[in-house]
Every structure is written in structure tokens, then in C-alpha cells.
Ligand binder design. Structure first.
Ligand SMILES: Cc1ncc(C[n+]2csc(CCOP(=O)(O)OP(=O)(O)O)c2C)c(N)n1
Ligand code: SF4
Ligand SMILES: [Mg+2]
Length: 300
């Protein structure tokens, strides 16, 4: 008999310590809904997080999880996936964790197309450490260390991940649970590296990028604008130009799937190399020498 799991079966017994009204509550609800609808047993899920309010998300869900160091969830998640490719590996992270201290990992996990899903709860502020500006904070945002307002230009997470070569890039909003669960499901189903930026307001410290602000400004690029996620050039146009709300506060805020492409994953490539060299039965020293020679850089 098939056991039917419901979203509540993926919730843990630990009471969230988040402030009332925090956007991250609905991220957990949408993610547990996605797990249930995809019928992934909790013991096949590993959630890896860094440090921040957002990085506490795995504690409130029933799956295996690793609460790592600030900015270091991605390398740990890569290790888990390579050790056991059958697992569904999710990184739960924040805009500070992913785009400040942890930003050096992004180009490499994307270009290698490692089959994990990174969910960034982007509240445009450091919440846990009580209100410092983050890489995605808009210009002029006040924080505890920026009493005259931020003078930095913000990072555009979608544009970053597209240019690094991510094969699934999307944005959603924690005030739209149905859209969020749909995007999470598509991201998890995708074979390859998936990035989802979730606009997830921090009502305690960020009084500008609020639920109300996003509710009035989000535009669904797939439904409202008919964007086809296989169109990379248009995805870049949307992220960098048409809907770049990071630079143009009057622009609508895009939600939806920007880009999706089926490309050989890192695991596929590992298997290819394995097949090639494991086909040598009882290899001799000379066989190993051939492999070493094949790995030597070719002279120009
Ligand atoms: C090595 C190191 N440096 C700094 C910190 C302090 N610290 C903890 S969380 C955090 C920022 C988290 O921001 P974000 O990822 O946006 O999470 P949020 O709390 O906003 O969800 C910082 C700077 C730390 N824990 N470890
Ligand atoms: S400080 Fe902000 S991000 Fe952290 S739990 Fe409270 S509302 Fe959420
Ligand atoms: Mg944050």
C-alpha cells in the first residue's frame, strides 16, 4: 500500500523562533508542500544551510539536515550530492549568506551544473545580526551600520546566476504561496543546478521591501508576459534591463522561471569518465600510465 505523505509530515516538532510575520514561515510551508506533491520520502532529502535567520529553515522540517558555517552550505551540499546522487539536496540560505561571505562558491556550482537546488530567502538585509545592509539591499537603505543609508549598488541575484551558467533560474515571492510551491517543485525536478530567489520580507528590520510593497509590484513573467524559459537572451534582457528593479525602483518586480535548460550534469560527466576508465579490467601499471598521460596538459 502506498503511503501518502502530506505537507505536515515534513514539518518537525521544533517551534520556529522567527519573528511573527517573517516571510520565511511561508517558504517552509511551500517547500513541505513541494516535497509532498513530488512524493519524496523525508529520508531521501538532505537540507544544508549556512548561518542566518533563513538558514534555520531546515530545523523546522523533517529531513536530514546540516547546519554548516556562514557561507559554506554550497560546498557541503556538493559533497553530499556527489557521495549519494540518489538524494534530493536543497540549500536553504539568505542573501547575506549566499552573496556576501559565500559568494565565491556560486560561479563554480553553477558552471559545473551540480544537481542541487539553492533557495535564497532574500530579505535584503542581515536579519540575524540585527539590521545591517546586505549585498541585495537597495541604495539608501538604513541599517545599524549605515545611519546615512547604503551607498552600495545592489547585486542582482537573477542576473548573477544566469551569467554564471545556472541551468534553472527563477524568482518567487513568499506572499504568493501557490507560485512559490510551483517554482520549488520545478526547481527540484530539474536535472542540474537550480537557483530560486525568494523575495521574503523581514518585517522586523526592513521597513521598505515589505509584503505590501511586493504585492503591488510583482509581475509573473511567464503568465503575464508570456516569457518562454528556454529563451536565454530574453531571460538576460528581463533580468538586466526590462525588469531590473534593483536599479530602477519604478520597474515591476519579476517573478517566474527566467531560464531552464537540459544540460549534462556533473554526475553525468563523472559517470562518463568512470565508464571510460573502469572498462579496463585488471589494469596494469602501463594502463595507469596511459591515464596519467591522458591527463597531462597538451602542448600548444
Ligand atoms: C564567519 C562569520 N562571519 C560573520 C558571522 C555573523 N553573521 C551571522 S548571520 C550573518 C548575516 C546573515 O544574513 P542573511 O544570510 O541575509 O540571513 P538573514 O538573517 O537575513 O535571514 C552574519 C554576518 C558569522 N556567523 N560567521
Ligand atoms: S529578524 Fe527578520 S528575517 Fe529574522 S526572523 Fe525576524 S523577521 Fe525574520
Ligand atoms: Mg537576509
Amino acid at each position: 500500500m502506498e503511503v501518502v505523505l502530506k505537507p505536515k509530515d515534513y514539518k518537525s516538532d521544533i517551534e520556529p523562533t522567527w519573528c511573527p510575520g517573517c516571510g520565511d514561515f511561508s517558504v517552509v510551508s511551500a517547500l513541505t508542500r513541494a516535497f509532498a506533491e513530488l512524493k519524496i520520502p523525508p529520508h531521501n532529502i538532505v537540507q544544508v544551510s549556512g548561518i542566518g535567520c533563513s538558514s534555520r529553515a531546515p530545523l523546522f522540517m523533517k529531513s536530514y539536515s546540516i547546519h554548516t558555517l556562514h557561507g559554506r552550505a554550497i560546498p557541503v551540499a556538493i559533497g553530499v550530492k556527489i557521495a549519494n546522487p540518489e538524494l534530493t539536496v536543497i540549500v536553504d540560505t539568505g542573501d547575506g549568506d549566499l552573496f556576501s561571505i559565500g559568494s565565491g562558491h556560486n560561479p563554480h556550482v553553477a558552471r559545473r551544473n551540480i544537481d542541487i537546488t539553492v533557495i535564497c530567502m532574500d530579505n535584503q538585509v542581515y536579519g540575524l545580526t540585527k539590521n545591517q545592509i546586505s549585498p541585495t539591499s537597495r541604495e539608501g537603505l538604513y541599517g545599524s551600520l549605515t545611519p546615512y543609508g547604503s551607498i552600495d549598488r545592489p547585486v542582482n541575484p537573477i542576473a548573477f546566476m544566469l551569467t554564471f551558467g545556472a541551468t534553472f533560474v527563477a524568482q518567487t515571492f513568499s506572499g504568493n504561496p501557490k507560485h512559490m510551491a510551483y517554482v520549488f517543485k520545478e526547481a527540484i525536478k530539474h536535472k542540474g543546478f537550480s537557483f530560486v530567489n525568494v523575495l521574503s520580507p523581514c518585517p522586523t528590520f526592513n521597513k521598505v521591501d515589505t509584503f505590501q510593497y511586493y504585492r503591488n509590484k510583482t509581475k509573473d513573467i511567464n503568465k503575464d508576459l508570456g516569457h518562454d524559459p528556454s529563451d536565454f537572451k530574453k531571460a538576460l534582457d528581463l533580468a538586466f534591463h526590462d525588469l531590473d528593479h534593483y536599479y530602477d525602483p519604478n520597474a515591476p518586480v519579476p517573478i517566474g522561471i527566467f531560464f531552464k535548460a537540459e544540460v549534462e550534469t556533473y554526475q553525468d560527466r563523472i559517470n562518463r569518465v568512470r565508464q571510460k576508465y573502469q572498462s579496463l579490467e585488471n589494469p596494469t601499471v602501463e594502463d595507469y600510465q596511459k591515464i596519467v598521460d591522458a591527463c597531462k596538459p597538451k602542448s600548444l
